[in-house]
Design a protein around this ligand. Structure first.
Ligand code: GRF
Length: 282
């Protein structure tokens, strides 16, 4: 049983011991507090006290468990655990994200890891236009369905809308996807498609400005800073409303390669958290 729990919650033995201790102490504290409250209110007699006691326990349990989890260092685990229970009871569906990516997929991996175990969001589909792209191996390793798309069918209308709907996709994230998103798709997902660009837009964006071309242009223009831009996708390249930017310095001895590394670090640090915020906003 303990082995199963360790696998299910992805924790080690010590972590599991703290979790069980938190459950036990949190449960006792909530039972004790419930009785005390009923005594104070002189409601500890009659048939109704049992019902009141059960109601109080249900209300107090999350508070007590969260309180006890703090000294045990388990706050983050229990915050997620309670959010997941709440999700089930409230009947809210998880938002299913499709990541459109056709490169190595390092951002995709960070996004998948960020939402692993999330009660509200999951990466449900990888959409890719390049057979053999690294991101497809990531999809296979993570057991996430992948959809390989064809350029003509993608660019001419709504061909892939059916597949997205079939997979109940509610939000689209571009992470290294170079084709222009067709208007039909943008209309079907208003303010629900975002992209990350490896420069500070509106500079160094537009057709042909991707990957190393961006970093080479920045070095050639002797820019003092660069960064990332996360923006909504509209019908023009790198043009939609900017949601978030983060900057880094460009040193005299930086090359396109060293700048690309700095930018990747920024992307990995910020993209998933920004996606979470936007998805939560609905
Ligand atoms: C990132 O630099 C992103 O800004 C750009 O494409 C790159 C994808 O990198 N749109 P990876 O495949 O996630 O490593």
């Amino acid at each position: 049983m303990f082995k199963k729990l360790k696998q299910h919650w992805k924790v080690n033995g010590l972590h599991l011991a703290f979790i069980i201790a938190t459950f036990a102490l949190g449960g006792s504290l909530c039972g004790y507090a419930g009785r005390k409250i009923l005594l104070l209110l002189h409601m500890d007699k009659g048939v109704s006290w049992v019902l009141l006691y059960i109601l109080l326990i249900v209300l107090l349990w999350p508070i007590c468990v969260i309180l006890i989890s703090i000294p045990f260092g388990q706050f983050l685990f229990f915050r997620k655990y309670i959010a997941r229970i709440w999700q089930k009871f409230s009947g809210r569906q998880k938002v299913r994200i499709a990541v459109f990516a056709s490169g190595a997929g390092s951002n995709t991996q960070v996004i998948i890891d960020h939402f692993a175990g999330s009660p509200s969001t999951r990466v449900a589909l990888i959409v890719c236009n390049k057979p053999g792209a690294g991101v497809l191996s990531i999809a296979a390793k993570e057991n996430i369905p992948a959809l390989l798309i064809n350029k003509e069918q993608f660019l001419n209308g709504d061909h892939y809308l059916a597949a997205l709907r079939e997979n109940k996709i509610g939000f689209i994230v571009l992470a290294g996807f170079l084709w222009k998103v067709p208007v039909d798709l943008i209309k079907a997902y208003p303010k629900k498609i975002i992209n990350i660009h490896p420069a500070l837009l509106p500079k160094y964006g537009g057709a042909g400005m991707y990957g190393h071309f961006v970093h080479e242009a920045i070095i050639a223009h002797k820019e003092k800073e660069s960064g990332i831009s996360i923006h909504y996708v509209d019908e023009l390249y790198d043009h939609g409303e900017i949601i978030y930017q983060a900057k880094c310095g460009v040193d005299e001895n930086d090359t396109a390669e060293s700048l690309a590394k700095k930018i990747h670090l920024l992307e990995h640090a910020h993209y998933a958290a920004v996606i979470e915020k936007i998805v939560m906003k609905g």
